[in-house]
Design a protein around this ligand. Sequence first.
Ligand SMILES: [Fe+2]
Ligand SMILES: [Fe+2]
Length: 321
Amino acid sequence: MTTMAADAGAQDTTAHEADFDAAVAADERIEPRDWMPDAYRATLVRQIAQHAHSEIIGMQPEANWITRAPSLRRKAILMAKVQDEAGHGLYLYSAAETLGTGRDELLDKLHSGRQKYSSIFNYPTLTWADVGAIGWLVDGAAITNQVPLCRCSYGPYARAMVRICKEESFHQRQGYELLLALSRGTEAQHAMAQDAVDRWWWPSLMMFGPPDAESAHSAQSMAWKIKRHSNDELRQRFVDICVPQAASLGLTLPDPGLRWNEERGRHDFGAIDWTEFQEVLRGNGPCNDQRIGQRRRAHEEGAWVREAAAAYAAKHGKATA
Ligand SMILES: [Fe+2]
Ligand SMILES: [Fe+2]
């Protein structure tokens, strides 16, 4: 490249960058064909991939209970929910594809441990009440995180989130309704619901990520309007939403430090055990190996489906050409 061409290229980038910054500042959407900084693209791919992986890995702990659901109604609801999560994974892998990264590459990174999924899915579902606790707390935390993403600066991600959030809110309500039925049931059922909430509460709070001061990507993501609120702000919102809901469920949240703070107009809550979070993140959670092993197996066993679909597409393509 000549010096003049290099200069022109640099000027182009500066002009593109100015357009991009102006669009973000004006709350306009960035679309796949628009110029975007490489780091913005990479951040989105990382975040959308992690989100997509969480959706499909998240199918496992709940699918574990489909065959043991206590009634046909509960089984139908749970099957619909688990199927929704597969759909969420598909929307999100498609959103990542608009950034130039294919699904094969992302799945390969998941299977080889180079990309992560939400740590929450490394906890086991020990009883039927866990299905309720996951719906109420895990899907509830996901909604709190994801509603602001409907206004994310990247168009395809924002639009995928609109539909996902609608479905997540059904998931949250089915979990609440399940727990309510158990809480109002026999003493043993009530105890089972309480035990599930005791086990899922703290991991749900960890879903919002590390405290703001230690969050590596937060500031830049907020400047790019990928992220709209900080981890701590979203976590606080979630706690404030859950406290009255727990009261109407007749269940307690396992935190002696939880109390209304009149001055702040919000709830104070106890310290989170971040060592546990880091351990699970490092792969030492109760189910890390099981989850990724199952995912790899499912991928290998599904090879014939992908081959058949590709062969059909090739044949169909020829027939219509
Ligand atoms: Fe989902
Ligand atoms: Fe969900």
